[in-house]
Design a protein around this ligand. Sequence first.
Ligand code: SF4
Length: 236
Amino acid sequence: MSNERIKAWSYSRLVDFEQCKLRAKLKYIDRIPEPARPLPPGKTEHANDRGTRIHDAGERFVRGGVELIPELKAFEAEFHDLRNKYEHGMVSLEGEWAVNKDWEPVAWGDRDAWARIKLDAFVRLSKTHAVVIDYKTGKKFGNEIKHAEQTQLYQLAAFLRYPELETIDVELWYTDQDDLTHMKYTRSQGMRFFQNFNQRGIAMTSAEEFPPSPNVFACKWCPYGPRGTGDCDKGV
Ligand code: SF4
């Protein structure tokens, strides 16, 4: 039994932990490096690297002075609108929001940081109305539940951070698919998600035991199973 705990959570950490606690321990407590993955046939970059490159390019475009890259052309009008709002001081980019256990804002690297949420763009339309934007380079199909939960966490963090907000729109820009998914929350609707995320965060950061949960879906992509580093011998 380990006495060590995972000190802080994010949405992606929650997903790892809830899929397989051992995987979360190997990744976030033992910090075992993931083995290098070969490129998929016909690809010149990994999906994660591509996602990072496209996110960076989107941010640089909104800051100004560079062209929009071809991968973001489907959202050309939206990016121009965002750049315009940025010029008017309405947009913050690449927001790194951290909170302590009482959900009070702390610095990203603060030792009390308990939850960390990253936003691509946060737009203040008025004192009471904001928009959270997340660029999505991956597929929508098959990720609907995960992405819906991310929107719930974004809006919750924003309502808690800015008590004057009454309405938040969350937009997921699926840049490869020319698809914009939009959800609107009032404060009372949005705050209903507090208990859910708070309890899940507490469960993750108070766990002292990390049993494996082998199943074909989790193990297939796990870097620590028999086909990866071998740190877990229970993988299927
Ligand atoms: S291989 Fe499977 S059981 Fe083992 S840590 Fe990874 S997800 Fe968990």
